[in-house]
Write a protein that binds this ligand. Structure first.
Ligand code: ZN
Length: 73
């Protein structure tokens, strides 16, 4: 009886430990995403039509979604 309770306790402890680690990891991922979307290096300002847009894929050159011209960092 004790052995079953003991292993059950270890199982529950491991389950909660994994759950806590997962929760912290997911929270950290969400925080990272939030930081990424707010990162000013992804905010582009078009020098041709003065349009401000966000492009998270490119870092050196991006295409303006309004006039299609290339903007260099
Ligand atoms: Zn433009």
């Amino acid at each position: 009886m004790f052995n079953i309770d003991f292993s059950l306790g270890i199982c529950l402890f491991l389950f909660f430990a994994v759950a806590v680690v997962l929760a912290i990891w997911l929270f950290g991922m969400k925080q990272k995403d939030k930081d990424l979307s707010l990162n000013p290096k992804f905010i582009w300002f078009c020098s041709i039509c003065a349009y401000t847009y966000i492009n998270t894929k490119e870092e050196i050159i991006s295409v303006c979604p309004r006039c299609g011209s290339y903007n260099k960092r």
